[in-house]
Design a protein around this ligand. Structure first.
Ligand code: NAD
Length: 271
């Protein structure tokens, strides 16, 4: 595996010690989480449930969605399926206050490597997926007294990861979309923020590491490249999402919160 494959992706972390943090913060909140069957999305579902929220996952699969949450199976590239899933989630929970747009896919390569079809495939999930789910949820969010959207972006939006032109562009679009949505909906009382994770310990990253000749050595090298010496845990990202989704962040909209163990700060430091 190339070193770039490791720019986003795994560690022993503090996840177990913090998984139950924030109890009660989201009592009464009805949340939809996309990509809730794996990795960061499953951690967001668990963290929201632990804080007292009702949660429905919208994912291509139901297997892996944490117990206690509802599961709607829909692909975020299918507008009709998204509208049906959002409406079913709202019916089950009695409304929607929070949307965590987290589903996303990766892509490797420079602009020379990915053809138009691949660009459109990734943008369809990573960018238009957010548009479709948010658009379907807006009528419910407008009825909510404390509506919030939290998009899972990436440090790729800030730094442009090597050999990740398409992925970086897709996350740059997520960031700009977050700011535009924050501006458009602030007077409706709907806050829109994003979290920008660094390399996180999820199945996505494990898949990349498992493809290496020596996965353990690759993981150690990946950890050593992090300013903090370890990968970010999915739970740490989920805590940030919960904060931005909660009334504690009532004055925060259009924010881009790094959850990256210092990666962005280090990369942007003057040489
Ligand atoms: P993951 O592969 O472990 O989980 C992604 C989930 O999204 C899966 O359950 C998958 O089924 C679902 N999904 C994918 N495409 C879908 C579609 N078209 N419709 C519905 N569901 C779909 O990945 P992860 O590492 O948890 O990543 C989640 C998000 O975090 C992504 O947006 C990713 O870009 C972002 N992110 C990840 C990292 C990292 O290092 N893992 C770093 C920064 C940002």
């Amino acid at each position: 595996m190339t070193s770039e494959a490791t720019s986003e992706a795994t560690s022993e972390s503090t996840s177990e010690s913090t998984a139950g943090a924030g109890a009660g913060e989201l009592v009464g909140v009805r949340a939809v989480v996309t990509g809730g069957a794996s990795g960061i999305g499953a951690a967001i579902v668990r963290a929201m449930l632990a804080r007292g929220a009702q949660v429905t996952s919208i994912d291509r699969v139901a297997d892996g969605v944490p117990a206690g949450a509802g599961a709607q199976v829909a692909d975020v590239t299918d507008d009709a399926a998204v509208r049906a899933a959002v409406s079913a989630a709202a019916e089950t929970m009695g409304g929607i206050d929070v949307v965590a747009n987290n589903a996303g896919i990766g892509a490797q390569g420079t602009v020379a490597d990915n053809d138009d079809a691949e660009w459109l495939r990734v943008l369809d999930v990573n960018v238009l997926g957010i548009v479709r789910v948010t658009r379907a949820a807006l009528p419910y969010l407008r009825e909510s007294p404390h509506a919030a959207v939290v998009n899972t972006c990436s440090i790729a939006a800030w730094t442009g990861l090597p050999n990740r032109a398409l992925y970086s562009a897709s996350k740059g679009a997520v960031q700009a979309l977050t700011l535009a949505m924050a501006t458009d909906h602030v007077r409706e009382g709907i806050r829109v923020n994003c979290v920008n994770p660094g390399t996180a310990d999820t199945p996505w990253v494990s898949r990349l590491l498992d493809a290496a000749d020596d996965p353990a050595a690759e993981r150690a090298a990946l950890e050593a490249r992090q300013p903090s010496g370890r990968l970010v845990s999915a739970d740490e990202i989920a805590h940030a999402v919960c904060y931005l989704a909660s009334p504690l962040a009532a004055a925060t909209t259009g924010a881009m919160l790094a959850v990256d163990g210092g990666s962005h700060a280090l990369r942007t430091r003057a040489p």
